[in-house]
Design a protein around this ligand. Structure first.
Ligand code: AHG
Ligand code: MN
Ligand code: MN
Length: 339
């Protein structure tokens, strides 16, 4: 059998490509890999554990009910990144403000991490794929715990981003700006191994992913694009197939491999969209662009949006290049943006 590269070996081998302090980012990525394995262990036995399934009894900053696993995953990722010396603070979906690392080596950490510790909360209790999404930046402040401004950087400034999908197998997919690589967890060994080197998203696809239940609340351009997807046309392979899991990580991962478009547009009840810029849209955008696809809010490139708050929302049109361009042309024609 050929030697299969472990995540640890791969990170060390590739660290020469990193722009900045090489060992630091390597250690940070390894810490994320470790936390992912711990969370994976709990996800896998969730049905057996009363303290894992169900509501935590609190709401997060978005006013959404927290699941026990949301809280557990959040604690694990914070714990894994704290006091290692690489990260001086986090922004998490589950915490209103910046999580400042105030003691030990952490205050000298050169990186900040934005994280959605558990993506797809509504799928936890029903054994459907869920995920974790992370985005890593160099700090802009000089020293001390992370500041709000450290997180107000455009997505173009990300030094690394990735996701973990807890699916029929568990995978970690990440980029440091030199392509996208996917690693599959071998649970018998407890290590990730390179299974999907240099991932590329097909330029065209046949899958569209959108919560069509919100149809009446969509902008006209999105309604028209959905109808376009459903029209019979042999030359362009239509009608397309509709696939929507409701865990963005899982929908994105499938589309990355097979080709497709994922849209979470504005709706009348969510005029800014639902997904969060810092720890959902930006890391996804970095990965999909690195894989050859596109990520926009329907009009502009996601990675160039200037953040102004930690939990800012954005519409998201992401996936295969030709499909996103087509959807954007419908937006321009039927739902032009107000100046
Ligand atoms: P989270 O579980 O982190 O709050 O994210 C859920 C997000 C995303 O993963 C998913 O695609 C989308 O919300 C589903 O929203 P709808 O139920 O409105 O379709
Ligand atoms: Mn999410
Ligand atoms: Mn979440």
């Amino acid at each position: 059998m050929n030697h299969v590269k472990s995540l640890g070996e791969f990170i060390v081998e590739k660290q020469e490509d990193f722009k900045y302090a090489k060992g630091e980012l390597s250690r940070l990525l390894s810490a994320i890999g470790l936390a992912a394995r711990v969370v994976n262990r709990e996800v896998n036995k969730a049905g057996l554990m009363e303290d894992i399934l169900g509501d935590a009894g609190a709401e997060n900053v978005q006013g959404e009910a927290q699941k026990k696993l949301d809280v557990y995953a959040n604690d694990e990722f914070i714990r894994a990144l704290k006091d290692r010396g690489e990260v001086c603070g986090l922004a998490s979906e589950e915490n209103e403000g910046v999580i400042e690392f105030k003691s030990g080596y952490a205050v000298d950490g050169q990186y900040v991490v934005a994280i959605d510790p558990l993506d797809g909360s509504s799928n936890i209790d029903v054994n459907v794929s869920i995920g974790t999404i992370f985005s890593i930046y160099r700090r802009t402040s000089k020293s001390g715990p992370a500041t709000f401004d450290d997180f107000m950087q455009k997505g173009t400034e990300q030094v690394a981003a990735g996701y973990i999908i807890y699916g029929s197998s568990t995978m970690l997919v990440y980029t440091t700006g030199n392509g996208v690589n996917g690693f599959t967890l071998d649970p018998s060994i407890g290590a990730f191994f390179l299974s999907h080197p240099d991932m590329k998203i097909p330029e065209d696809g046949k899958i569209y992913s959108i919560n069509e239940g919100n149809y009446v609340h969509f902008p006209e351009g999105v309604k028209k694009y959905i109808k376009y997807c459903q029209v019979e046309d042999a030359a362009t392979n239509r009608p397309y197939t509709s696939r929507y899991i409701g865990s963005a990580v899982a929908d994105l991962h499938r589309n990355l491999i097979k080709g497709g478009i994922y849209i979470y547009p504005t709706t009348t009840s969510s005029p800014n969209g639902k997904l969060r810029l810092l720890y959902e849209a930006n890391p996804f955008a970095f990965i999909i662009e690195q894989a050859g696809g596109l990520a926009t809010d329907g009009f502009r490139r996601i990675l160039e949006v200037q953040p102004t708050s930690l939990h800012q929302r954005t519409p998201l049109f992401i996936g295969s290049k030709n499909m996103v361009e087509k959807a954007m042309s419908f937006m321009e024609e039927f739902s032009p943006q107000e100046a």
